[in-house]
Design a protein around this ligand. Sequence first.
Ligand SMILES: [Zn+2]
Length: 393
Amino acid sequence: MSSATSPSPPALTQCPGCGGSSLGGSLFLAAQPVILNYRFGSAQEAQNVPRRDLHLRECNSCGLVFNAILDAAAIPYDERYENRQNFSAGFLGMLRDTADSLTGKYLAGGGTVLEVGCGKGDFLQILCRRAQAQGLGYDTSCEHPGPTEDGRITFFQRYVTPEDVAGKLDLIICRHVVEHVPQIGDFMRLLHGISEAGGGAPVYIETPALEWIVEHQAFWDVFYEHCNYFPVNNLRRLAELAGFEVLDHRLIFGGQYQALEIRPAPGGKTAHPGQEPVPGQLETLSGALSASRREVTEKLAQAGAAGGWAIWGAGAKGVSLGNALTDSPPAFVIDSNPSKQGMFLPGTGIRVIAPESPEVKTIPVILVANSNYLPEISATLASLGCQPKLLPL
Ligand SMILES: [Zn+2]
């Protein structure tokens, strides 16, 4: 990888979701690290991560917010890509709840689940174990292709197509994938094709909700890996345009994520089209970002961060915060994921350490990248005898 910011491709003039050509809003961020969920073994290597400019636009027809100058080939989704969050008891609990809800609705008799973009396969393992189901997992960042020891799941280190589907599917899972896919309209039609090939299986999609980012002025939630930002009405609409009908759609994880359950509509047409998009979300977000960044900096200063501070969470939010707050950077980042500990954050080259590390005991201020984990983090620190000031966002 080279550290230079390469020129961006020509800007898209049409929405990759619906094909609409009326675009509004604008949010430009220069020289962003192309990847955040990536393990670098040295600070130098981490600082040399490739960078690209990012330019978000909003489709006036469907409401999709997307990076119009994405260089998709620059993002390496290989084995060193690591975005697991399930080292947190709270997150694991949410995964189990999701698995049980899906089991009750679609896998009461076991059956076969296919996951599009399964990552390292943790959710598929939880779901298949709890549902007594068989699993097929596809992801280019998958580490152990082939059948699992118990023979319950087979992993494939590649993308999936409808031609791969050999028999009836009972459920298709697609978690935290659609925000990474450049041609999202085509991808929704691909999901439709996979579902049809599996006999019309329901599809579960989970992805961040743009409304939460706008409401919380979450500048740390805008980053290069995410080329799409879906308002809730938009995700629904893109599914309907691809020939799906909506079975269920709800906000989860304190409103940060949306969960959409769909299946192919009879005759490919949806009888109840979704609501219209709410325009101007991107404008609201771009107008608020500098003030929001200033606010976090002031909050840190008031808490005494001059004496040293750290970030809790080396996921995308934490890495993004580290890169946005470079004026007085954190001393280190704390994360409970063992495969991130000892690694260095893309862009800043800041070190990731374990909660049990001695340095954690002496740091006066910790910025919590995702406030959903605040109770858990407080409890961990208390059990370690640490009393830093915790700043939730
Ligand atoms: Zn559109």
